[in-house]
Design a protein around this ligand. Structure first.
Ligand SMILES: NC(=O)c1ccc[n+]([C@@H]2O[C@H](COP(=O)([O-])OP(=O)(O)OC[C@H]3O[C@@H](n4cnc5c(N)ncnc54)[C@H](OP(=O)(O)O)[C@@H]3O)[C@@H](O)[C@H]2O)c1
Length: 300
């Protein structure tokens, strides 16, 4: 099969769409023939070497943490899914012709492959953060960075829960934020005042998607530091803020089932821009620019 890969750290020019060993489903896993796989910022952080801890590159690196496709292998101990089923989910090395998933949900028939692929990491992260923040109907939530891959899913999932959402983005994304149910504010200096003005009362929780606003500003908006959660500022824990990177915080099967249901009900709409796998470098250049609206998705 072919897979997106790199053998040296660098910019998107290090990527190639080339031959790779076939993966196989181990116990508790499934393998899919990939119809689409999304781009997440962690992918370029990896091929840029940012996750390597100053160690030199060894061997070949593969990319991708989510995908949608057709099941063609079912591992030992897996129930409820069969060869030929259409699924979306999370795994590793998903930017390839075949990929192994560790968690999945049935793809609603009405949902496009690219949208289904985009829902994996973003959907699980949104579910996790909103659950940890205990966001419920009637809460006012501030989402810092509401127009990107994760942010747009957080906004819509919170709206579906019955929360009132204020979200930050650049000016050019304010109409998009209104479209998905949030009150937009501009990020950057003065954001605290703008959120308070938009809220017109207390904010119950803050979901920091972008990791760019000083943590003390986010804490000043919330009733307690524990009602601020970040997925992108890994030093924020010092201020008592909840930092989550997945792992034990995750309930991926339940989260993906919820996200598939929201997609099926049209309560979640993910704006996607697609690129063929052999033009992945173009998609990664856009992702590295840091101003994605919705999700970038790679397709065969
Ligand atoms: N910890 C976890 O479990 C986890 C999971 C998934 C992702 N992440 C991380 O979360 C971050 C976001 O991921 P993503 O997929 O949503 O990225 P993305 O799709 O590239 O979106 C980035 C968004 O950030 C916004 N933004 C840029 N500068 C900002 C600022 N100063 N303040 C507020 N927002 C700003 C942009 O809005 P404009 O376009 O309007 O400028 C854009 O919508 C990445 O660092 C990623 O690695 C962590």
């Amino acid at each position: 099969m072919r897979a997106l890969q790199f053998t040296t750290y660098g910019g998107p020019e290090v990527l190639s769409w080339a031959e790779a060993p076939d993966p196989h489903a181990g116990p508790g896993q499934i393998r899919i023939a990939v119809r689409a796989a999304s781009v997440n910022p962690i992918d370029w952080k990896r091929f840029a070497g940012f996750m390597a801890g100053d160690q030199p590159m060894v061997g070949t690196g593969y990319l991708g943490y989510d995908a949608a496709g057709v099941v063609d292998e079912v591992g030992d101990g897996v129930d409820g899914v069969s060869v030929g089923d259409e699924v979306l989910g999370q795994g590793s090395n998903t930017q390839a012709e075949y990929a192994v998933l560790n968690s999945w949900a049935a793809k609603p028939a009405s949902v496009d492959w690219a949208v289904a692929a985009a829902a994996g990491v973003a959907g699980e992260t949104a579910e996790r953060g909103l659950r940890l923040l205990e966001v419920t109907a009637g809460d006012t939530l501030f989402v810092d960075g509401g127009a990107g891959g994760v942010g747009a899913v957080v906004v819509q999932t919170a709206v579906a829960l019955g929360a009132r959402v204020i979200a930050s983005a650049s000016e050019s994304n304010h109409d998009y934020l209104r479209e998905i149910g949030a009150t937009p504010v501009l990020y950057g200096e003065g954001v605290v005042d703008r959120v308070q003005a938009a809220a017109g009362g207390p904010v119950q929780a803050v979901f920091d998607v972008a990791g760019k606003t000083p943590v003390e500003d986010l804490v000043s908006l919330a009733p307690a530091p524990s009602k601020v959660l970040t997925i992108a500022n890994f030093t924020a824990g010092e201020a008592g803020v909840r930092v989550t990177g997945g792992g034990a915080d995750s309930k991926p099967m339940a989260a993906l089932a919820d996200v598939a249901e929201l997609l099926a009900q049209n309560k979640l709409v993910i704006k996607v821009e697609t690129y063929p796998f052999d033009r992945a470098a173009e998609a990664y250049r856009i992702s590295q620019g840091g101003h994605v609206r919705g999700k970038l998705v790679l397709v065969p």
